[in-house]
Design a protein around this ligand. Structure first.
Ligand SMILES: [Fe+2]
Length: 269
């Protein structure tokens, strides 16, 4: 699953708000929208790194919400899989892993809720955005250049990032905005900033329910922010949908039901 379709665009001057994986969490998506509005950042400077739908209870309302908002969204593995009427999430979980087993229930819920018109819309989303922003080259991708569904972690070595940067078409980006893995971090690699803004669908496995997003100021400095929101309503929406396999408790206690995708250095236990 390599990224193929790229859009090129120029964004107006001013701070950018970046967020990852709403994952069908409507309350989380509404909270980050309210945050952008409170900061005076218009949808033309808001970027979502994909996986609009996944684990949580409200896939179709999340599609409606983000389309109404009008911010930028690239296609993650979820958008790609739904656009192709695929039978699984395409997250890249290992066979027989707990994440893989748990994905059956939530993917079935997404698959049942997302209709043909939404899939067609997802099929038109780009895999990459190549942005000129205040004289900087900004690349937006989902997981990695080598694969849409590759997990890249804060603990990965510099040469792994360099290898990904080398695969970017055109000149080296000043800033890469990535998603997919759900744990926020920023790293400067050979002068390029690699920023994963975390997710607005699940908390970052840190024992608290707040989600994450990031703001990049006009000087190009990124800051990752906690996003408090109505997690109880989001958890109840999951329970009403029958999504009680483990991720609903994560919305309340901030602990992922499985750590088997995480490198050892990023696990809690
Ligand atoms: Fe993803």
């Amino acid at each position: 699953m390599k990224p193929e379709m790229a859009w090129e665009l120029t964004l107006e001057a001013g701070p950018l708000l970046v967020f990852g994986g709403p994952c069908s969490n409507l309350q989380g998506l509404r909270a980050v929208r309210a945050e952008a509005e409170a900061r005076g950042i218009p949808p033309q400077r808001v970027i979502c790194t994909g996986d609009l739908v996944a684990y949580c209870g409200d896939p179709a309302p999340c599609v409606a919400e983000i389309r109404d908002w009008g911010c930028y969204l690239i296609g993650g593995n979820m958008e790609r899989q739904l656009a192709e009427n695929a039978l699984d999430c395409g997250c890249g979980f290992g066979a027989d892993s707990a994440c893989d087993r748990l994905s059956g229930a939530w993917f079935a819920h997404v698959d049942a809720q997302i209709g043909g018109a939404d899939r067609q819309w997802m099929a038109g989303l780009p895999d990459l955005l190549q942005i000129d922003w205040m004289g900087r080259r900004v690349l937006v991708l989902h997981g990695a250049m080598s694969a849409v569904n590759r997990f890249i972690w804060s603990t990965d070595p510099d040469d792994l990032f360099e290898n990904e940067l080398a695969q970017v078409p055109g000149p080296r980006p000043d800033i890469v905005l990535a998603g997919h893995s759900g744990l926020p971090f920023q790293r400067v690699i050979g002068g390029s900033l690699w920023l994963n803004a975390g997710a607005t669908g699940l908390p970052p496995n840190d024992g608290a329910p707040a989600l994450r997003y990031a703001v990049i100021d006009s000087d190009g400095k990124a800051e990752i922010h906690a996003l408090p929101y109505d997690f109880e309503a989001a958890a109840q929406a999951m329970e009403r949908a029958g999504l009680v396999q483990g991720y609903q408790t994560c919305l309340r206690d901030g602990i992922w039901p499985s750590e088997d995708i995480l490198p050892l250095g990023l696990r809690r236990g």
